[in-house]
Ligand binder design. Structure first.
Ligand code: SD4
Length: 387
């Protein structure tokens, strides 16, 4: 049993409870034979193998300040893993990480920025999420309010904003001069190219809408998920000394999306997933594809079946590539024992940020090389985002 304790990560509270029970029963049975002092020494030695879980924060991309913020919050007395995830993702929202998290990024076809976010509690698998949230900057904070103050899992759009206002959040514009200029250029100078429409008239590869359904197939170009400024959702997983885990996401989605579009980030199992009895995962990349194949859920399932995190992340990406060989995206995975890894596809390399006891509380930006699938020429004419 001791060997099990030394090699397994045990939450401090669980360990102390276990220790109290063992201490009482061993003392009860043996103190008359060995004497009180010997027993006290033996029982103190029991405390030595105390092996609490490593604390770890991991998040997608080089968002080291978000990771640091989450870590720092985790160290504060009274803070928990949910606080840490919220603080880390909020930091990215405030910093507008790479323009793809928070306000003023990814203007949709109307020039509006809308936000998707999620928080998941790894203890009871409760989830709070918001999708296509309008006019509220702290999307992950609203997701937490959904988690803590409702029995729902996901609120969307204008009515999610009304909920947020009830919860004390401020309604304000998410447009900035930069997002307005980006939108104006796309609309005026580039005739609404690229966009996300298929098989509509007028031809979406040449002109702006409004569009109507058409039987004619219009091929369309890739949207360049992975090109700078269009790939940087924050997805975060946190583990504390007690083995408690949480995960979260925040993003402004896809640039020039069709108004109303929701990505993978607020979808459980797609953008993130965590089960403290196994581990957690978070994803970034082409969310329209990822929400069809639930990579974060698959990564956690793969860890449950015994794979280490890096292989579990790869296992989550493999089925996506089978269907969508031009897929661009990545998954980070963190096991309940504190080991972590990542896998990616379609870009040269993927960076992620980690901070743990082993890094002495300092953020390390690590990277993994990504797999790139050669697409046979005959597929070139096909929709790059579809099978
Ligand atoms: C989305 N997954 O909304 C997000 C954005 C992202 O790489 O991560 N892009 O599809």
């Amino acid at each position: 049993m001791l060997v099990g304790i030394t090699t397994t990560c045990v939450g401090t509270q669980d360990y102390l409870a276990w220790h109290a029970v063992v201490t009482a029963s061993v003392y009860e049975r043996h103190h008359e034979v060995y004497g009180q002092n010997t027993m006290i020494v033996v029982l103190l030695v029991f405390l030595l193998p105390l092996s609490t879980c490593k604390q770890v924060v991991i998040n997608t991309w080089h968002f080291s300040q978000a990771a640091q913020k989450a870590w720092d919050r985790l160290q504060e007395a009274g803070s928990d893993v949910i606080d840490a995830v919220e603080a880390g993702c909020t930091k990215c929202e405030q910093d507008q990480c790479d323009g793809t998290v928070g306000y003023g990024g990814s203007p949709d076809e109307n020039g509006e920025t809308t936000l998707d976010a999620m928080i998941m509690d790894g203890q009871d698998l409760n989830v709070g999420a918001v999708a296509a949230l309008r006019g509220i900057k702290n999307a992950v904070g609203v997701a937490r309010a959904v988690l803590e103050h409702t029995q729902h899992s996901l609120l969307a759009g204008e009515l999610a904003a009304e909920f947020a206002v009830q919860m004390g959040f401020t309604k304000e514009t998410l447009e900035t001069p930069q997002s307005h200029e980006k939108w104006e250029k796309w609309k005026e100078e580039r005739a609404c190219q690229p966009n996300f429409w298929t098989d509509v008239t007028p031809d979406p590869t040449k002109t702006c809408g409004p569009y109507h359904p058409s039987k004619e197939e219009n091929g369309h170009e890739s949207h360049g998920f992975g090109a700078s400024g269009n790939h940087d959702t924050i997805g975060m997983v946190v583990l504390d000394h007690d083995g408690r885990m949480a995960a979260g996401t925040s993003t402004n989605g896809a640039v020039h999306k069709i108004p109303g579009r929701v990505g993978d980030s607020p979808i459980v199992g797609a953008g993130a997933y965590v089960d403290a009895s196994v581990g957690g995962a978070a994803a970034t990349g082409d969310g329209d594809i990822m929400m069809r194949l639930l990579p974060s859920f698959r990564a956690v399932q793969a860890m449950q079946s015994g794979l280490p995190p890096a292989l579990a992340a790869q296992e989550a990406i493999t089925p996506i590539i089978k269907h969508y060989p031009k897929f661009i995206g990545a998954v980070v995975a963190l096991s309940k024992d504190g080991t972590f890894g990542a896998a990616c596809h379609g870009i040269p390399k993927f960076e992620f940020s980690v901070v743990s006891d082993e890094t002495d509380g300092k953020v390390v930006v690590a990277s993994v090389p990504c797999q790139i699938t050669e697409v046979p020429p005959k597929s070139e004419a096909l929709n790059s985002r579809g099978p």
